[in-house]
Design a protein around this ligand. Structure first.
Ligand SMILES: *Cc1c(COP(=O)(O)O)cnc(C)c1O
Length: 431
């Protein structure tokens, strides 16, 4: 699908009117996709303005059918469904791989869907965090998602290191919100010999800043460190080109921009350069073992080449069915078209917010398109949380993140220019 309108984005192309927003929607090649989602409604049947796809994506209407298919096959076939279901359960995860790989710019051998995000981070660190007495430190970004921080701290402790010494934070400068690559370089210059791993959020959950992960990989590798990326806020939002970025590993959930349902399974990426390394430490399970001899329980563990070998268990098919429903839709649209609409939609959102004459709010997300996805983080003066409540009272769903940010994500698959216009119009009234 080709996305034709507004190739370059300049605010002068926008107008602060409902008519302009309506006209943009009318020529949006992706406009039919909104009708393919369940949009939550208030008691009177009015659709909410939903800007929380960064936290939980909306439900595609086809998801029910995909799950029903598996329930039906289970009812009719019992255990035979592993081989005879319409989508046999034995290889079910393989049906997701190619589409998932395209979304994150990876080769199929590099990607698998399994477990949940934090679990995957741990399993990946078992393999890629191999500290020695002198090279053991882990770098994260200072406002990393709490679960990521707990995960790396507990890995340090597990290996006998004190997180106070072992955990290094890449911080924004005083008075700034965003990370600067020079500061990571400086840290690596000073302490690189002691750093074993960089574990960085590719798109920061708080500021929405999309970091140059290729550059991060280059800097980390130059100091002999492994590089892992958390893509929870990147997958389905930006195109991280994981293979070309040369990062060693990555993981992400599928319930945010990938619309696969609360607590759904996660993605895992291991770069092709590690695909055939059987010596890598790993926690093993039968689903990671060579498919030919998986059911012959008398063989020593023999990992499948690539990401699949990190699998432990046979996966929950009902959750995978929801993922399949979503990924089939992503494949139909393609990340290029999605990204193109996303850039324009978020730029329009930014333009409208900047038109409000107030010093009570400020966007902290980068305005450079290459450094953000669809999310804008609006910092509220004096951390006035009541503004967020006022939005909720008007059925505008955003989320508040301590200390002082409202996160809003216009998602290109189901949000419209009119959503954005109406949202900012209400925001203005709340201010
Ligand atoms: C959403 C999110 C998580 C959540 O982890 P789960 O294991 O899926 O509960 C972790 N890290 C980041 C960066 C996230 O955005």
């Amino acid at each position: 699908m080709e996305y034709v309108f507004l190739v370059k984005i300049a605010f002068s192309m926008f107008q602060n009117t409902l008519a302009f927003a309506q006209a943009q929607d009318a020529k949006d090649p992706l406009k039919s996709y909104r009708t393919k989602f369940h949009i939550p409604k208030d008691a009177e049947g009015n659709e909410w303005l939903y800007f929380c796809g960064n936290s939980l994506g909306l439900q595609p209407k086809v998801t029910q059918e995909y799950i029903q298919q598996e329930l039906k096959d289970w009812a009719n076939l019992g255990v035979e469904g592993h081989f005879d279901a319409k989508n046999p359960w034995m290889p079910y995860h393989e049906f997701l791989t190619e589409n998932m790989a395209k979304i994150v710019g990876a080769k199929p051998i590099e990607v698998v869907i399994m477990n949940t995000l934090t679990t995957n981070l741990h399993l990946l660190m078992v393999s890629f965090y191999q500290p020695t007495k002198t090279k053991y430190k882990i770098v994260i970004e200072s406002d990393a998602f709490p679960s990521d921080r707990y995960a790396v701290e507990s890995q340090l402790k597990f290996h006998g290191f004190d997180p106070k010494e072992g955990l290094l934070e890449w911080k924004p400068r005083k008075g700034e919100e965003l990370l600067r690559m020079e500061d990571l370089e400086t840290m690596l210059e000073a302490e690189g010999d002691e750093i074993a791993l960089l574990m960085i959020g590719g798109v920061n959950y708080y500021t929405g800043q999309y970091l140059d992960i290729k550059k991060i990989a280059e800097l980390g590798h130059a100091k002999g460190a492994m590089v892992g990326i958390d893509l929870a806020h990147g997958a389905g939002n930006i195109q991280p080109n994981l293979h070309d970025s040369n990062v060693d590993f990555a993981a992400w959930c599928t319930y945010k921009y990938l619309n696969s349902g609360p607590g759904s399974l996660a993605g895992l990426f291991v770069h092709e350069k590690h695909a055939h390394n059987k010596e890598l430490n790993r926690f093993a399970g039968w689903w990671g073992h060579d498919k030919e001899t998986r059911f012959n329980m008398r063989f020593d563990f023999n990992p499948i080449p690539g990401a699949e070998s990190w699998q432990l268990s046979n996966p929950p098919i009902l959750s995978m069915a929801a993922i399949k429903a979503s990924l089939d839709m992503f494949d139909e649209v393609g990340m290029d078209a999605l990204r193109e609409k996303s850039e324009t939609l978020t730029a329009y959102f930014e333009y409208l917010i900047n038109e409000i004459d107030t010093d009570r709010i400020k966007i902290i997300t980068p305005s450079n398109l290459a450094e953000r996805g669809c999310q804008l983080s609006i910092q509220v003066k004096n951390a006035d949380k009541s503004l967020h409540q006022k939005l909720i009272d008007r059925h505008i769903i955003t989320d508040w993140r301590e200390p002082d940010v409202i996160r809003c994500a216009p998602v290109p698959l189901y949000n419209t220019f009119q959503d954005v216009y109406r949202m900012v119009d209400e925001l203005k009234k709340c201010l």
